[in-house]
Design a protein around this ligand. Structure first.
Ligand code: COA
Ligand code: AMP
Length: 630
């Protein structure tokens, strides 16, 4: 069926559409219907079906005769190694790990935090939780101990699974001391920690609390898959909101399975036996959906890449991995391609590799700028498909469904809404805007399967954050427009979330940390345009009167403070001291105007500004820091 008919069907008859899609999943007992509206606006999908995610991602393929097929390839230019794990091996490893977790008391519904780098064991840990019906929460390795502690206190894990270290090109990331520090800071304490010792750094275990990955599996009974209800949470993934308290996005099991399976064929054109590579990290939603679950549910081969687009060892790293593994579909963030393009503008390194197996390149995580899209199209000679989504949705809201019908590409647009997403553009008052008119992008409820049913332990926050501004809609937090052909364009965020190198960060969270510095009276963090990373955070600090401190010293301490509290991923490296911050008469900091000055854009003097002269002071400080950039 062509895209338009499928899309129409999904909105007019969600039960029919998604029950058909659900036939692709192996249920222990099938659901009676797709959509459960009785708890609206908390919608549920496939709530009364019984199913297991690990079964669908692993065991099912072994039963179907795919045991010898490679399920996971670990490509690690950082450790100069490449190795594969078959589906049969994966089944044995996951069943054993799950058995050991069960022997130590992990049951359905228990939370388990996973804090691991890009190694296959990270996926095995996720799948072992899924096998038991335990709810995992993966924390990105670039986050510092404090962020880990916040998540420990919010989801209260019974166990934490971590590795001894991660490997960045220029340094070893010492996970274990970070983990110990986080547990010390957190009020909640896990019963035990499982540590995967890497040969690059062996960590000291805490007696009575820590067990070693291999040792604790010795002699245990492998665990079978535990059936769970369709609405049972598969995982919690924390994402940045407007404050320092991250939002725990919940993913329900049934919808997750059905939606991901549908996307693998319809959007990414992947069948069992194909090779799919998403060069993201398991700590992000792309890693959950398209490094771990999606490709495995489809019976494909997935690649776990421990490296960077450049410098490990060169800007040909991506093409080498694609050639050596015969990758059919590749998924990355535009920023990664910009990094490659900067080092190899003519794409000369691409010519050194045989990329005949590559059929499409998908971009997501941030706006795909036209220069990058054109560069990729010209050098790779395959469709370059932008797709727009969020941690909250778990899969693409808008994409080009090349597996069912390749629609004409309009550069600058992630193409059209996917089934189940009734995307509208609204004005401040919630009225629908016409074609080409810029406004807030909202999705008419219910959201399709696989999207968040709620936030972990925070139903009120879920309603307040997403459902209250435009009643009857989910507010995406993105602004943009839809053109006369129904193509969606994403232009900016409407909140304090910024996007740095495809990573979603909260300027509010950074401000909370800066404000905790003893010499800082007031502060603001904005996201300025950055040619490589899309956006980059920039801080403005007002010091306490009479602090007597050298501004440069306070700036240095503040940069270190954000790195220590949020982590290197925040990329907070620039700040300046100013006398005053520009505000409205009611005291709201004019961050949007500051962004425009930093980016060298025209702006209208806000009518409510308290003292316009402050903008000149801000302009001067920015000039001293080299903004606007040429
Ligand atoms: N563990 C620990 N630290 C990490 C980390 C991890 N998993 N990932 C990143 N960091 C650190 C980096 O080492 C760096 O630290 P530094 O300040 O000491 O140099 C900092 O976090 C910022 O990292 P990064 O954003 O990767 O910037 P970079 O300048 O090192 O590299 C790019 C720039 C563009 C090459 C890189 O950002 C990139 O590959 N981006 C693509 C991201 C992506 O795929 N996102 C997908 C989301 S869908
Ligand atoms: P995350 O939750 O980390 O996936 O970040 C989601 C946010 O990233 C979205 O709300 C957008 O602001 C931005 N984003 C993701 N993909 C795209 C895209 N294809 N085009 C524009 N913005 C995007």
């Amino acid at each position: 069926m062509a895209y338009a008919s499928l899309y129409k069907w999904s909105l007019e008859d969600p039960n029919g559409f998604w029950m058909k899609a659900a036939e692709e999943i192996d249920w222990v007992s099938p659901p009676s219907k797709a959509l459960f509206e009785d708890k609206a606006p908390f919608y549920e999908w496939f709530a009364d079906g019984m199913v297991n995610t690990c079964w669908n991602a692993v065991d099912r393929h072994v039963e179907a005769g795919r045991g010898k097929q490679i399920a996971i390839v670990h490509e690690s230019p950082i450790t100069h190694s490449s190795k594969g794990i078959t589906y049969a091996e994966l089944q044995a490893r996951v069943a054993s790990l799950a058995g050991a977790l069960r022997a130590k008391g992990i049951e359905k519904g228990d939370r388990v935090i996973i804090y691991m780098p890009m190694i296959p064991e990270a996926l095995e840990a996720m799948l072992a939780c899924a096998r038991l019906g335990a709810i995992h929460s993966v924390v990105f390795g670039g986050f510092a101990a404090h962020e880990l502690a916040v998540r420990i206190d919010d989801c209260k894990p019974k166990a934490i699974i971590a590795a001894s270290c991660g490997l960045e090109p220029s340094r070893v990331v010492h996970y274990k001391p970070l983990l110990d520090q986080a547990i010390e800071e957190a009020t909640h304490k896990p019963d035990f920690c499982v540590i995967f010792q890497r040969e690059q750094e062996v960590a000291k275990l805490v007696e009575g609390r820590d067990v070693a990955w291999h040792t604790f599996q010795y002699g245990v009974e492998p665990a079978e898959c535990v059936p769970v209800e369709g609405n049972h949470p598969a995982y919690i993934l924390y994402t940045s909101g407007t404050t320092g308290q991250p939002k725990g996005v919940v993913r329900a099991t049934g919808g997750h399975l059905v939606a991901l399976k549908w996307t693998m064929k319809a959007i990414y054109d992947i069948n069992a036996g194909d090779v799919f590579w998403a060069a993201s990290d398991v700590g992000w939603v792309v890693g959950h959906s398209y490094i771990c679950y999606g490709p495995l549910i489809a019976g494909a081969t997935t690649i776990v890449y421990e490296g960077k687009p450049v410098g490990t060892p060169d800007a040909g790293a991506f093409w080498r991995v694609m050639q050596n593994n015969k990758v059919k579909t590749f998924f990355t963030a535009p920023t990664a391609l910009r990094a490659i393009k900067r080092e190899d503008p003519q794409g000369k390194l691409i010519e050194d590799y045989n990329l005949r197996s590559l059929k499409a390149l998908f971009l997501a995580g941030e706006r795909a700028d036209p220069d990058t899209v054109v560069w990729a199209q010209r050098n790779l000679n395959v469709p370059v498909v932008d797709n727009w989504w969020q941690t909250e949705t778990g899969w693409a809201i808008a994409a080009n469904p090349i597996g069912i019908q390749q629609l004409p590409v309009k550069i600058g647009s992630p193409t059209v809404p996917m089934p189940g997403y009734d995307v509208r553009v609204l004005d401040e008052g919630g009225h629908q805007l016409g074609a080409g008119e810029l406004g807030a992008i909202a999705i008419k409820l219910p959201l399709p399967p696989g999207t968040l049913p709620t936030l972990w332990n925070a139903e009120e926050r879920f309603k307040k954050s997403y459902l209250s501004h435009f009643p009857g809609y989910y507010e995406t937090g993105d602004a943009g427009y839809i053109d006369e052909d129904g193509y969606v364009y994403i232009m900016a965020r409407t909140d304090d979330v910024i996007n740095v190198a495809g990573h979603r960060l909260s300027t509010g969270a950074m401000e909370e940390i800066l404000a905790s510095h003893t010499d800082v009276a007031e502060c603001a963090v904005i996201g300025v345009s950055d040619a490589l990373k899309g956006q980059s955070p920039l801080g403005f600090l007002c010091l306490n009167k009479g602090s007597g401190r050298e501004p440069a010293d306070v700036v240095k301490e503040c940069v270190q403070l954000v790195r220590d509290k949020i982590g290197p991923v925040a990329d907070f490296k620039r700040a300046c001291v100013v006398d005053r911050l520009p505000k409205t008469r009611s005291g709201k900091i004019l961050r949007g105007t500051m962004v425009k000055i930093a980016d060298g854009q025209d702006f209208k003097m806000p009518a409510t500004i308290d003292d316009p002269a402050i903008l000149d002071e801000i302009r001067e400080s920015l000039l001293e820091m080299g903004y606007p950039k040429a």
